[in-house]
Design a protein around this ligand. Structure first.
Ligand SMILES: [Zn+2]
Length: 239
């Protein structure tokens, strides 16, 4: 078994820590339930609208019904008055004229009531259309809420399981890393996520500045070296 250099251990540790960071973010997104709350609030809004429209619809139907009844009653009276007028039983001209006027007035009232019924009918159709749309939307919100909830709970479970495995690996790894090395890693990581960076073409891949020859020599002696410019820990891949 090849003994791993301290820097190799740090490189591994950083990979684990990056993944742990991602998982923690993911889990907090799942437990924050931000998107779920957003859907729920849209659902509630639509539900309020639906309740309001349903109440309005009941009111409209009631108004239509009572006006329809009044119109029917008036029509009945009109018919009776008309029959009486043309029955020939009344010969007094003044009385006839009064009845005629009365009939005209009734006719106008019937027309007014029927107009109200017509408006109610239009209102009813419009409300029924809106109610149908609201119900469709509510169903859609409910389904996407449930789907997302299911997805979140599965995602959270998976992320937590991975996090647990990684935490154990991390523990074992940290055990092999010397305290002074670990301290340096922690210190650099306070400022930047990528505390350990590979050297590429003789340059620090964190800040792209060249590593001095003396630095390269020290690295060969397996020293842990920070970049002179950005302070990151330099990683020379083992051949
Ligand atoms: Zn650098």
């Amino acid at each position: 078994m090849v003994l791993m250099r301290q820097i190799d251990l740090l490189w591994e540790l950083q990979k684990i820590d990056s993944r742990i960071g991602e998982l923690e973010k993911e889990i907090s997104m799942y437990s924050g339930k931000h998107k779920l709350r957003e859907i729920k609030s849209r659902f509630d809004e639509e539900k309020n609208l639906l309740d309001k429209n349903e109440a309005d619809l009941r009111e409209t139907i009631k108004t239509a019904r009572s006006n329809r009844a009044k119109a029917e009653e008036l029509k009945n009276n009109y018919q009776k008055s008309e029959e009486k007028l043309y029955s020939g039983s009344i010969s007094n001209a003044k009385q006839l004229e009064g009845m005629q006027k009365n009939l005209e007035e009734m006719q106008r009232n019937i027309q007014a009531l029927e107009n109200i019924c017509k408006v109610c009918e239009d209102e009813r159709k419009s409300l029924e259309g809106q109610i149908k749309e609201s119900k469709k939307k509510l169903l859609k919100y409910k389904n996407s809420f449930n789907e997302l909830k299911e997805k979140y709970s599965r995602g959270e479970e998976k992320a937590k399981a991975e996090l647990e495995v990684l935490s154990k690996s991390r523990e074992k790894l940290v055990y092999k890393i010397e305290d002074r090395v670990m301290d340096r890693y922690k210190r650099v990581r306070l400022g930047v996520q990528s505390a350990v960076v590979p050297i590429e073409d003789g340059k620090c891949s964190g800040c792209h500045m060249e590593i001095l020859v003396i630095g390269m020599e020290r690295l060969k002696d397996e020293e842990i070296l920070n970049c002179e410019t950005c302070g990151r820990i330099l990683y020379m891949r083992s051949e």
